[in-house]
Every structure is written in structure tokens, then in C-alpha cells.
Design a protein around this ligand. Structure first.
Ligand code: NAD
Length: 512
């Protein structure tokens, strides 16, 4: 503890920053008497910055600016758009350490993870910059002579991007970079819990030469700014990442107002450990999957489905390792698990722990406590928590979004897959086994958008599709070429050079 304090004392404390919206190429506070909100460090309550809440007029201005800019931006050569992304990537690379430290301060996860968060944005920019020289469509033949056919990608228009706090740079980057590359203009509304990270991302885009109005950043709550954007007639597309509860409302509004809509939502991910698994590998995977980012990942391992033959050995080792995890400020290099994002989130987690103990009748194996003494006094810390329970229990069914995982014992591979699929969600699943036949059957039978073999439920890479089935998504995927599907519309083009009227289906069948 003395060591932690010494390290943190070396990190300079800054005066709280006054943040601004970025609308029509200008940073500025609301000119319409909007309110402000505070951004505090979840490890110690320190005030980091104060940001303005956008008013309805601010939202209107951002949408009008984005509409105007769309007509110019959609005509900029795709390769040129890609070059701007590449410049933004280089700037992010230069600032990686500063941005990572700022992100750890505002959302708490350990520095190694916030560096990873920034790196994911760098990788994403690099990937879509390269797409600037591809953005392939198809060419094909026509059923008629002297006629040519092809399909091309067209931008959708003005995109509202609504994002959560747990990956405050990676998730906005998954949306912003492919949206811009496709020729759309964007308005980002990040979570009010992580305004600084979003600002860093938009700053590099501005410095890389994004024209006025193409990117706007507005702050505010979901209940105001989020709803205004989703309902706004000037918005063509909403790309949302967050809880399934909010996502279903966003989806309803988009359906009513005929907007294109991508939803990436919650998860209740499971790792299977079979009796032939490399147990020490499975143990490392479980610890990283359950307690990385303090369990606040959509892909977090919140269920561990373990074969009964190895259950005792695995659970004993897991408890011992969880109890030895170092919890503290994410800026301390010795710490392995940071604070939770907020007091409200910690209260929600503690509530689920009470449900687990009292209503579900699960056995609490370790943790289950709010950490609030000594160095934990001012932060939102929670002990790594492990239950032994069954698949039907509330704690094994609902997304808790904290450092809590439930061990479930099973008798066979078939039962393990049944338990894994017994969930409203379908984001990520993993299996540890040495048996290639089980591996292939797991790939075939797991009802998840992402499946890991001998790896934890977390660790997606930017060039593969990211998203889930069931209540996790609405059929779209982020990352890779799949993100282009949401951020562009297909246009089919027919070019007739016969010099006469040719009728498809009619001239080809039975015309004299
Ligand atoms: P949240 O749903 O509370 O908020 C997400 C965003 O939506 C925020 O910007 C919020 O201000 C905004 N919002 C809230 N109400 C709104 C409304 N009525 N209309 C429009 N916007 C509104 O989620 P959160 O607490 O920020 O994030 C945690 C959730 O995100 C978890 O459920 C987690 O699983 C999910 N998540 C999913 C993925 C994924 O890719 N599937 C990734 C990360 C997080």
C-alpha cells in the first residue's frame, strides 16, 4: 500500500479541465445555456474535468452541420478519406501513453488494458485506411446482350454513434472509422462517464484534416441527447453499443422513424472447462476473462462451466488466484484489477450478490464485499467474487457487469453446451479441451457470435466480425469488412450499350 501511494504521488495532479462540444469544426461550450456534468476518477473521486450537457439546439446544429458536410464528404475520393484515417492513426500512436493514462483516470481499468484500448483504435484506423484502396463492389454479367451490371457501395448519410464507457476509445473507433471511410458524416455521443477519451479521438481526427461538420462530438445523457439524436429526422443511421434494455428502445425508435440501426448489446458469456483441458491454461483464461476490466466487458466470463471430474481442483485453484489478485488504482503497475466505473454500478453488482446468496441459494466461494477501507476509501472497489451455482439462477442468467462469476458443474460435453446456450444472450463462448471432435462440435453448436478454443471469452481482433446473436444484437456486426455493411448501402447499376430498349425477363424468355 505504501508502494502504491508512492507511485501515485509521482503522477502529477492536474486542475480539472473544462471540456467542450465539437460542432461544425469548432470546439465550444453550449451557447444555449446548457448544464454541465462532472467527470471524476473512480479510484479516488478526484474531479478530472467538467463537460457541457448539449441542449436540443446543440443537437440540431450538429445534425444540420453534418447534413451540409455530407454532400461534400461523400464526393471525396475514398482513397483520400483513407489517408486522413492513416494520419489520425499516426497521431494516436504518438499520443498512446498520454491517452491511455487519461483513460485509466476516468474509467479505472489498469494501464495495460487502456493501452490495449488505444491500440485497438490504432489498429481499426489502420485497417479502414487500407480499405480506402478497396471498398470493393461486384461486377457481373447481364442476362441481356450489350448490357453490363455491377454493384457499388454508397454512403448512408448522417450517422449518430452512441457508445458506452467500458471501451471508451475502441468502441467509438469501431464506428467512426468505417463510417467515415464509407463517406458518411458522424455525430458521436459518448457515455457521460468517459468524455475525455472521446475528446482525444476526435482531436486526432480534426488534426488529421477532417473537414468541418464531418465529425461532431456532443456530450449529454442518454435520456436527453441520446433520445434526441435517435428521433431526429436529420439522422439516417444510429449505431448503438450498450445495454440490451436501452438498445431495444433505440431499435424501436429507429424502426418507427425508418433509420438504419446497428445494435451491439449485453452478454452472459461462458467458458467451458472439459476434463481433458490443460487446467493451468484454463485457469489463466478464466481469471483474465472474469476479472479483466473488473468484469465490465460485454464479453466478460460471467459463467464458468466445469466438468465434474476437474471441478474441485479447478475451483480451489481459481479461488486461491482470485483472492491473490491485487486490487487498486489502475495507474499502479502492480495492480491487476481496478475500481468499478461508478458507485451506481457497484451498488448494482452488490445487489446481484445479495440475490445470489439469498434468493438463488448459490454458495459464495469468495468475495461478495464492497472494498472501502484504507486505500479503497474514496474509490468504487469491489472484491473479486466467485459463486458456485446452477444455470437457472438469476446470477447465471442476468448480466451483472462486474467482477462476479458463477461456477457451474456439468457431467458431459453435451450438458456443457446445453448450459452455455441456456441464455438470452449470445455474444462470446469458449471451450478448453484437447479433443478435436469436441472442438468442431463446439464451433457448430455454441449459439454465440464469437467462439474461442483454448482461449478466454475476451480478446477480439479488429479484422474479424464482432457481435452476437439472440438479445446481444440485431444481426449486424462491427469490425472487419462486416462493419461496411451497416455503414453503406448497396446500389445495383445496369449499363445498357445496345442502343435499343431491352426488357429483362421478357426479352430473354419468349419474345419473338
Ligand atoms: P447503457 O445502455 O446504459 O448506455 C449506452 C449509451 O447509450 C450511453 O452513451 C448512454 O448515454 C446512451 N443511452 C442511454 N439511454 C438512452 C436512450 N434512451 N436513447 C439513446 N441513448 C441512450 O450502457 P452502459 O452502461 O454505458 O454500458 C454497459 C452495457 O454495454 C453492457 O450491457 C454491456 O454488455 C454493453 N456493451 C456491449 C458491447 C458489444 O459490443 N456488444 C460492448 C461494450 C458494452
Amino acid at each position: 500500500m505504501r508502494k502504491t501511494k508512492a507511485i501515485l504521488q509521482r503522477i502529477p495532479r492536474r486542475e480539472p479541465m473544462k471540456g467542450s462540444h465539437f460542432i461544425n469544426g469548432r470546439w465550444g461550450r453550449s451557447t444555449h445555456n446548457g448544464k454541465c456534468f462532472e467527470n471524476r476518477d473512480p479510484a479516488n473521486g478526484q474531479l478530472l474535468s467538467v463537460y457541457p450537457e448539449a441542449t436540443r439546439q446543440d443537437v440540431d446544429e450538429a445534425v444540420q452541420g453534418a447534413r451540409k458536410a455530407f454532400d461534400l464528404w461523400r464526393k471525396v475520393a475514398v482513397a483520400k478519406r483513407g489517408e486522413i484515417l492513416l494520419k489520425a492513426m499516426r497521431l494516436l500512436e504518438e499520443r498512446k501513453e498520454i491517452v491511455a493514462q487519461a483513460m485509466t483516470r476516468e474509467m479505472g481499468k489498469v494501464l495495460a488494458e487502456t493501452r490495449g484500448d488505444v491500440q485497438e483504435a490504432i489498429d481499426t484506423a489502420f485497417y479502414y485506411a487500407g480499405e480506402g484502396r478497396r471498398l470493393f463492389g461486384q461486377t457481373t454479367t447481364s442476362e441481356l446482350a450489350d448490357k453490363f451490371a455491377m454493384s457499388v457501395r454508397m454512403p448512408v448519410g448522417v450517422c449518430a454513434l452512441i457508445t458506452p464507457w467500458n471501451f471508451p476509445m475502441a468502441i467509438p473507433s469501431w464506428k467512426i472509422f468505417p463510417a467515415l471511410l464509407c463517406g458518411n458524416t458522424v455525430i458521436l455521443k459518448p457515455s457521460s462517464l468517459t468524455p475525455d477519451s472521446a475528446r482525444h479521438l476526435v482531436e486526432v481526427l480534426q488534426e488529421a484534416g477532417i473537414p468541418e461538420g464531418v465529425v461532431s462530438l456532443i456530450y449529454g445523457s442518454g435520456a436527453t441527447v441520446g433520445i434526441w439524436l435517435t428521433e431526429h429526422p436529420g439522422v439516417d443511421l444510429v449505431s448503438f453499443t450498450g445495454s440490451s434494455l436501452v438498445g431495444s428502445k433505440v431499435g424501436e425508435t429507429c424502426s418507427r422513424t425508418f433509420k438504419k440501426c446497428g445494435l451491439e448489446m449485453g452478454g452472459k458469456n461462458a467458458q467451458i472447462v472439459m476434463d481433458d483441458a490443460n487446467l493451468s491454461l484454463a485457469l489463466e483464461g478464466a481469471l483474465w476473462g472474469a476479472f479483466g476490466t473488473t468484469g465490465q466487458r460485454c464479453t466478460a466470463t460471467s459463467r464458468l462451466i466445469v466438468h465434474e471430474n476437474v471441478f474441485k481442483e479447478f475451483s480451489e485453484q481459481l479461488i486461491a488466484r482470485a483472492e491473490s489478485l491485487r486490487v487498486g488504482s489502475g495507474l499502479d503497475p502492480d495492480v491487476q484489477m481496478g475500481p468499478m466505473i461508478s458507485d451506481a454500478q457497484r451498488t448494482k453488482v452488490h445487489h446481484y450478490v445479495q440475490i445470489g446468496k439469498n434468493k438463488d441459494g448459490a454458495t459464495l466461494l469468495t468475495g461478495g464485499q464492497i472494498l472501502c477501507k484504507g486505500e479503497y476509501e474514496r474509490g468504487f472497489f469491489y472484491a473479486p467474487t466467485i459463486f458456485h451455482g446452477t444455470s437457472e439462477m438469476t446470477i447465471a442468467q442476468e448480466e451483472i457487469f462486474g467482477p462476479v462469476t458463477v461456477l457451474i458443474s456439468v457431467k458431459s460435453f453435451e450438458e456443457a453446451i446445453r448450459v452455455l446456450n441456456h441464455s438470452a444472450y449470445g455474444l462470446s463462448g469458449s471451450i478448453y479441451t484437447q479433443d478435436v471432435n469436441r472442438v468442431m462440435r463446439a464451433i457448430q453448436d455454441m449459439q454465440t457470435g464469437i467462439t474461442y478454443i483454448n482461449a478466454p471469452t475476451i480478446g477480439a481482433e479488429v479484422h474479424l466480425p464482432f457481435g452476437g446473436v439472440k438479445h446481444t444484437g440485431n444481426g449486424h456486426r462491427e469490425a472487419g469488412t462486416t462493419a461496411l455493411e451497416i455503414f453503406s448501402e448497396w446500389k445495383a447499376v445496369y449499363i445498357d450499350y445496345s442502343g435499343k430498349l431491352q426488357k429483362a425477363q421478357i426479352d430473354t424468355h419468349g419474345a419473338e
